[in-house]
Design a protein around this ligand. Structure first.
Ligand SMILES: Cc1cc2nc3c(=O)[nH]c(=O)nc-3n(C[C@H](O)[C@H](O)[C@H](O)COP(=O)(O)O)c2cc1C
Length: 404
């Protein structure tokens, strides 16, 4: 197997926390960078050869973890647009190619993200969907307060969906991935359970506290852990912000985070991935003038904490991709901030999304401190093919968005 770094480079890097190894469960991650899940390379509900090429060429250039783009468990409610993959029996061949390509680069760690559209699923006429009549599923039939789509899930629906998640995780394991990431962020299915606005259930899956509302995600984590054994990595990704509401909060106060993390940890989570609009944005300025959400999380768990948000770029994902504010590059300054955050113990790993799409050699550049001629991120250029394959017609995620 090829290794990506020459020995002298590894030795040279040992003083640099950004390039120091990290243990997650029993797996060693070679450095502190990750490529997050970014849906852009699927067609017909399957990953393309292009996705495999893109992920391989990024893996070759250095991040410790590659997270594959979000793929839905194979259940009728998980089919939204063919631009978003399913991870199920019918897509094993294509996913197998992606996994082999990424792992062929050497010592990178691969996590496959499991995502479910939840209440945001909308079947549009003329867009291929094998289950057009199946309703969208969510905890209470809500996208956000006052906006409905689809139906609240019954106990049987919850059981079936959980089983489909487990099936996907087992496929990921059989294909050779090191683990999975459970997408509980951005307003999709599992986040709709966490968010008080959209989880109005009065059964054991709802409740007053964030820890109460984490019951269903925790049940899925626990079922995946039982099926995959002790060493398979399970990452749980969550966010305060939602695509339909940038200012949303699943935790009104940091005190809510401790019991929530504890519940997921008890269920079998190995690592928490805090998705922020900007990685170092101060979360509760009235309580602490410095701490980000990830940094608060770090004080409440002994599990590794990954975070992300606008590294190298002046505008966040929402302002950029939804509100057309093209970002300006600020890589050198941000890497200084990332190093400070790591050294302060605010997080253990950092994600770089858009800046790694436009610069697949981002991590190599940071290692060499070579910030010359980096490419801007421009959505209509860098995501051109993804935009072509996605139908924007009437999409619920684009309507009634609460912005800053
Ligand atoms: C094209 C695109 C697709 C994305 N798809 C996913 C996804 O499948 N799952 C997910 O959790 N986040 C997804 N995201 C969000 C990213 O994982 C990441 O959190 C976000 O881009 C912020 O990081 P950045 O500021 O470094 O770009 C996507 C982002 C982009 C740009």
């Amino acid at each position: 197997m090829q290794t990506n770094y020459a020995e002298e480079d590894v030795l040279k890097d040992t003083d640099d926390l950004l390039f120091s190894p990290l243990r997650i469960n029993t797996t060693t991650v070679r450095n502190r960078f990750l490529l997050p899940a970014m849906q852009r390379g699927s067609r017909g509900y399957k990953p393309t050869v292009g996705m495999a090429d893109t992920l391989r060429s990024t893996a070759e250039r250095g991040p410790g973890i590659i997270i594959s783009e979000g793929a839905a468990p194979d259940h009728p409610a998980g089919y939204w647009q063919p631009a978003f993959s399913i991870l199920g029996r019918d897509t094993i061949k294509e996913w197998g190619h992606v996994v082999r390509e990424v792992l062929s680069t050497g010592d990178v760690v691969l996590l496959m993200q499991l995502w479910h559209p939840g209440a945001l699923r909308l079947v549009v006429d003329g867009i291929e969907n094998p289950h057009p009549d199946h309703p969208a599923w969510s905890p209470s039939g809500l996208i956000q307060e006052g906006r409905t789509n689809g139906v609240a899930m019954s106990k049987q629906d919850l059981e079936d969906t959980k089983n489909a998640y487990v099936e996907s995780a087992l496929i990921a394991q059989r294909l050779g991935a090191h683990g999975i990431e459970l997408h509980c962020a951005h307003g999709y299915l599992l986040d709709l359970f966490l968010w008080h606005e959209t989880n109005r259930r009065t059964d054991e899956y709802g409740g007053e506290t964030l820890a109460d509302r984490a019951a269903y995600p925790a049940e899925i984590v626990s079922a995946i852990r039982a099926a995959t054994g002790p060493q398979f990595i399970i990452s749980v990704r969550f966010s305060q912000w939602k695509e339909v509401d940038y200012g949303a909060k699943i935790a009104a106060h940091p005190d809510e985070l401790g019991p929530f993390l504890e519940r997921l940890q008890q269920a079998g989570a190995d690592v928490f991935h805090v998705s922020a609009r900007r990685f170092d944005a101060v979360a509760w300025p009235e309580l602490d003038s410095r701490r980000s959400v990830a940094s608060w999380v770090k004080t409440m768990t002994d599990r590794p904490v990954m975070t992300i948000g606008s590294v190298g770029l002046s505008t966040d994902l929402a302002s950029d991709v939804f509100d057309n504010q093209d970002p300006v590059l600020q890589v050198e300054d941000d890497i200084i901030r990332v190093r400070r955050g790591l050294e302060a113990g605010d997080f253990d790993m950092i994600g770089v999304g858009r800046a790694q799409i436009s610069n697949p050699d981002f991590v190599e550049r940071v290692r060499r401190a070579d910030y010359s001629n980096l490419r801007d991120f421009r959505k209509y250029r860098d995501l051109a093919e993804a935009y072509e394959s996605y139908s924007h017609e009437g999409q619920l995620v684009d309507q009634s968005r609460k912005k800053d």
